[in-house]
Design a binder for this molecule. Sequence first.
Ligand code: NAG
Ligand code: NAG
Ligand code: NAG
Ligand code: NAG
Ligand code: NAG
Ligand code: NAG
Length: 470
Amino acid sequence: MLPAVIVVLMLISFTRGENPAIQVILTRKGLQYGKHLGAGWVQEKLEHITLPDFSGEVLAIHYILTGITITKCDFPEPIVEFNPNNTGFTTSISGLSVALTGGWMTHFGLIHDGGSFKMAIFGLDVTSVVELGKDPDGHLSVTSVSCDAQIGDVDIRFEGGASWIFQPFVEHFKGRIRGEIRSKICPNVEESIVSLEYHLQAMEVSIQVDEDLVLNIPLTGVPVIHASRMILGLKGEFYDMKTRKRPPFEAQNFTVPEQPDYMLSMGLSEFTVNSASYALYSGGRLQVLINDSMIPPYIHVRLNTSSMGPYVPQLPKMFPGLLMNLQVYASEVPMFSFQPGVVKLELAGAVKASAIEPNGTQIPLFKLNVDLKFDGKVWVAAGRLKGSMALQNLTLTLAGSEVGHFETDTLESLLKMGVMAGLAKLNVELGKGVVLPRMRNAQLVNTVLGVEEGFIAMCSDAEVFTDSFN
Ligand SMILES: *[C@@H]1O[C@H](CO)[C@@H](O)[C@H](O)[C@H]1NC(C)=O
Ligand SMILES: *[C@@H]1O[C@H](CO)[C@@H](O)[C@H](O)[C@H]1NC(C)=O
Ligand SMILES: *[C@@H]1O[C@H](CO)[C@@H](O)[C@H](O)[C@H]1NC(C)=O
Ligand SMILES: *[C@@H]1O[C@H](CO)[C@@H](O)[C@H](O)[C@H]1NC(C)=O
Ligand SMILES: *[C@@H]1O[C@H](CO)[C@@H](O)[C@H](O)[C@H]1NC(C)=O
Ligand SMILES: *[C@@H]1O[C@H](CO)[C@@H](O)[C@H](O)[C@H]1NC(C)=O
């Protein structure tokens, strides 16, 4: 069941002394859901497993119990709790009973005998305490702190062979069998914790977004465990694989408000978004060369010197009949800031305009600085992440000119119209939204999202497709 609990923790598909930019919080409700899934999974598994052969010696008779299968299992709902004392979980099952069948074989010197048996184990109690931590690479780690197993009683019935001879002795050696079974439970629990640890070590602590862009998500510290929730702090920093430059700003501390009615909460700092912005900017990806053929045919303003007459009156006279191109680029890192209810975006860009001679030679004309401010909203509706953006301010200034001074007011109005038209199209897409990230074995449901000072908080329930565990 513990594996299932951890799977739930890891759904959201991990360096030292840093503030985490992404926080993933599992509430008690989430833990209980994970436990419930885990219990169902264990129950189902138990009904289909064949236990390893079991051998021992009683009264100088060597016996082997083989082909042991579970015929019935009464699996009470386990108890799983956060354990702040051990930075982990305590899992306990109390009153489990199991009915088993199998074959028996005995060797007593040269005498071999065999038959079948039925066994019932009653009042099985198991308590396991695990500790969560972080390995040097930022993976989540899990280790067993303690395990305790008790067995109430064992009843065993042998059939066939000379079972009638030794059946009466069962009462005398069933204590031994009980002890042997008991001694095998905790090593098995510990083995499954080791295998879980192995899976955790194999998890990627970075996500390749595209050829150059990577999101780093190692744990920034050991998990924080309270009685009511567990908080995983992840680095949440994007970087460009080619430049490998770290952003010149740091993640700020933030606290995601407690939401016990949801299984999970998540906080995403504006740092993460801005690190993406920085990676794209420093990787030279926030630039575009615009030429006339990229301007849709229905727009009557063409990118040529004649068409620019109303905006830059001297152009058609100085360079008649030449096509133009515009080199548009971000002159600073576009920065997002999260404030209660709004996402603000500030863009500082520049446009370098050139005329193109028929032989391809480019003639620099002028350079404009463009400052844009946007206000955005984000929300979740019908399982989709949606948004909208509005232009707050646009200012255009002439930064340099090879063609002499000109007023930028008309050009600014033209650009504003262009940006508004672009936003209208963008808002149609943002309004349709994108489906919330859906993992191979889980999806988020009842998701609520809100923008807070410095971070976006999301609370959600999760639905896990248990068939994918098999
Ligand atoms: C944690 O330790 C305190 C004091 O030792 C104890 O009272 C409490 O029951 C412990 N909690 C758990 C979950 O073990
Ligand atoms: C962040 O806040 C937490 C709790 O508010 C505090 O314990 C921690 O020291 C802070 N970290 C930094 C780097 O300010
Ligand atoms: C405009 O740019 C596109 C893409 O870079 C290119 O395919 C096209 O040939 C260019 N058009 C002109 C007229 O230079
Ligand atoms: C420049 O644009 C105008 C439309 O504004 C068009 O009529 C003219 O043919 C274009 N000239 C060139 C050289 O493309
Ligand atoms: C391209 O043409 C212009 C004038 O038409 C001329 O001044 C320039 O030297 C030419 N450049 C090349 C590389 O041929
Ligand atoms: C837009 O920006 C300019 C220059 O930064 C400023 O003077 C103006 O007040 C701003 N307008 C709005 C509506 O914010």
